[in-house]
Design a protein around this ligand. Structure first.
Ligand SMILES: [Zn+2]
Length: 446
């Protein structure tokens, strides 16, 4: 989930413009041509993986396969699915031997899964990410250089001096940052003031953060703010979320779905269709059931990188549940990117602090420390948060202190934070047996 771009990663304009031209074209290709484009890129990445990535060379050999044996989505199933646990165990053997050529940078993400994973993202993959967002935003009328607002918790949490401020204006990026740790009725007034002053035309944020921002603006009596579009990411955008954001921010809400490992991306067009960006990555569904009522199949999403040569992921278990049309269905917008009916991904509880703030991004905290195998945030009462940590070998008292300080910055002095190390089996489960990253024992309003 790309919430906070590091803009310097994208400062290579020629490759950006080249890819922009390609992706502007591919979205309108006849379906057969789009598929051919995708399979050609797949072949390229399979050959690279076989020749340069030790993990995949062993895997291909074990299954007695060569890249040329995998010419279609159906052929790809001859390789096993790569689970996140398997990717963790494989470690550096998933890195290409010549990864340095692709200018990679290491990243750690826990996403909303609570369990950090380290991986490399290279320059080509950053270019793809930038152009993909650019294209999606263009569907709403965005032009490069337009002012936009972005709700970010990460930016403010990484800069302790800024943690109490509601906004930050970045003139070089034409970006107004709104502090995700300060979404409250009180701070909404400060944010509204800056929005009036800077006049961003678009806003981006986690679905839940956008919703709580809209809720707080409304509660604070702010009625005069509008955007051309709001781009929600990272979580399921429920009907209630969408309606509140659209009515308070007076804009179209365009949702998107992706993940930091960048094997799949789905984005909503201006007519509401969820398009699978098949020129970005390759997605398939496993363990499927069909729903004849809607002519769809529902299954667990598995993605394959078409970019990111430093660490290509093939048949990577993304894990979210996706519902797709069995027959190709064209959207009225005319794009041939396939239509997805629903994304049943991530939803999570919200933390409400005693000083009236709604915290939606506690799941990023494990990215600030080492040694966390899994972290679960349990709000026991209004003023008490328990963080349950399943430790790895790197966990030690210094890391515990670091996590406590970071959580303190995010949650504020009015919340008592207690950290306990536990075994995986001791984490709190919800009614479906899952162990969510954030659990609130309060009844959150609204
Ligand atoms: Zn469409």
């Amino acid at each position: 989930m790309a919430i906070d771009f590091k803009i310097l990663d994208f400062a290579h304009p020629l490759s950006i413009l080249k890819l922009r031209r390609t992706l502007e074209r591919t979205q309108w290709l006849p379906p057969g041509d789009l598929e051919a484009y995708q399979l050609e890129r797949l072949q390229r990445i399979l050959r690279h993986a076989y020749n340069n990535v030790p993990y995949y060379r062993r895997l291909f050999d074990r299954h007695d396969l060569k890249p040329a044996d995998l010419q279609s989505m159906a052929d790809l199933k001859k390789l096993p699915v790569l689970t996140k646990d398997e990717a963790r165990r494989a470690g550096n053997s998933l890195h290409a031997k010549n990864a340095y050529r692709y200018l990679p940078k290491p990243h750690t993400t826990s996403g909303t899964t609570g369990r950090p994973l380290e991986f490399l993202l290279d320059r080509g993959s950053n270019t793809l990410e930038f152009v993909y967002y650019w294209r999606h935003w263009s569907w709403a009328g965005y032009r490069l250089g337009d002012k936009f607002a972005e709700i970010s918790t990460n930016h403010f949490l990484r800069r302790p001096k800024l943690i109490d401020t509601a906004t930050a204006w970045q003139p070089h990026l034409r970006r107004l940052l709104l502090n995700g740790a300060r979404v409250s009725k009180r701070h909404a007034l400060d944010m509204a003031k800056e929005i009036r002053r800077r006049k961003p035309r678009f806003i981006k944020g986690l679905a839940s953060t956008l919703f709580y921002l809209a809720f707080c603006l409304e509660e604070a009596g702010v009625r005069d703010i509008s955007f051309r579009a709001a781009f929600s990411t990272g979580e399921v955008l429920s009907k209630a979320y969408r309606e509140k954001i659209a009515s308070v921010l007076k804009c179209t809400v365009m949702d998107s779905y992706g993940h930091m490992e960048r094997t799949a991306a789905i984005s909503q067009c201006q007519l509401g269709g969820y398009h699978l960006n098949s020129d970005y990555g390759m997605m398939e569904l496993i363990r499927t059931t069909s729903s004849s009522a809607f002519g769809t199949i529902i299954g667990r999403s598995v993605g394959t990188s078409l970019y990111n040569y430093a660490m290509p992921l093939i048949r990577y278990d993304i894990g979210d549940i996706i519902e797709m049309y069995t027959e190709p269905t064209r959207c009225r917008c005319g794009r041939s990117l396939p239509l997805v009916r629903t994304v049943r991904g991530r939803t999570q509880d919200i933390i409400k602090t005693p000083d009236g703030r709604y915290i939606t991004a506690a799941f990023i905290l494990p990215e600030f420390v080492s040694g966390v195998g899994f972290a679960q945030f349990v709000q026991e009462s209004r003023g008490h948060m328990q963080i349950l940590v399943v430790p790895t070998d790197d966990w030690n008292p210094d890391e515990q202190e670091k996590l406590k300080n970071c959580a303190g910055r995010l949650l504020g002095a009015s919340m008592r934070v207690e950290i306990r190390t536990v075994r995986q089996s001791e984490l709190v489960s919800d009614s479906t047996g899952k162990q969510p990253v954030v659990i609130s024992k309060l009844k959150a309003e609204p």
